[in-house]
Design a protein around this ligand. Structure first.
Ligand SMILES: Cc1cc2nc3c(=O)[nH]c(=O)nc-3n(C[C@H](O)[C@H](O)[C@H](O)COP(=O)(O)O)c2cc1C
Length: 184
């Protein structure tokens, strides 16, 4: 099997999380994929089925003190989909879910991180969101965000989650890791 760095794929409670099992199944050829969700995110897909697909339990809550780590250490992080709520809390350094705790630590560790916020257009215009995205970018997080492609004001306009862009960014990160670099 090909070299597979460890990817923490971190989902929060947005509708595209329903598509995560298919995405994780595709990624497992290239990445040793570990899925973590917020408590809300865990409602969007079958976590038991996801564990079978990835070979790792889906983690949602903090482990008990003294309990061993059940996941290998991460080489890279993908927070996708990321809700308005999770993006704002992450930028503010709040760690009240395991998902946020891992994402906050990831910034401190300097590991490659990509995120795809997914929220409606009205929420995207809230000033806190713009600040949060700017903070995360300053911290070196790659934020894949096209404000013209968000569910929104015009319900007739079809939008789709940019899984392809996420896959392309992960491929780029994997090449950088293979050459021994950090992301950049
Ligand atoms: C069916 C459904 C779809 C949702 N889709 C979104 C979404 O696309 N983006 C978003 O920011 N919140 C969405 N929400 C609301 C979030 O789940 C909610 O704000 C939650 O508190 C987020 O918590 P988390 O960030 O810890 O996952 C959705 C909720 C439901 C029930």
């Amino acid at each position: 099997m090909a070299w597979r760095p460890v990817l923490y794929l971190i989902a929060s409670g947005a509708a595209p999380a329903r598509e995560l099992p298919a995405v994780a199944a595709e990624l497992t050829g290239e990445w040793d994929t570990c899925v973590i969700t917020t408590p809300e995110g865990s409602r969007f897909f079958d976590t038991g089925r996801m564990a079978e697909l990835t070979g790792h339990p889906v983690r949602t809550s903090f482990k008990d003190p003294g309990a061993p780590d059940i996941l290998p250490a991460a080489s890279a992080f993908a927070a996708a989909p990321a809700t308005f709520n999770t993006i704002n809390k992450w930028a503010a350094g709040i760690s009240d879910t395991l998902a946020l705790g891992l994402l906050n630590e990831a910034i401190g560790l300097g590991r490659p991180i990509v995120t795809v916020p997914w929220l409606n257009a009205a929420l995207a215009r809230h000033p806190a969101f713009g600040h949060s995205v700017a903070i995360l970018r300053e911290c070196g997080v790659t934020v894949l965000l096209d404000e013209e492609n968000l569910p929104g004001d015009d319900e007739q306009r079809r939008v789709s989650f940019p899984w392809e862009q996420l896959r392309a960014e992960l491929a780029r990160i994997r090449v950088t890791l293979a050459s021994g670099g950090s992301s950049g």
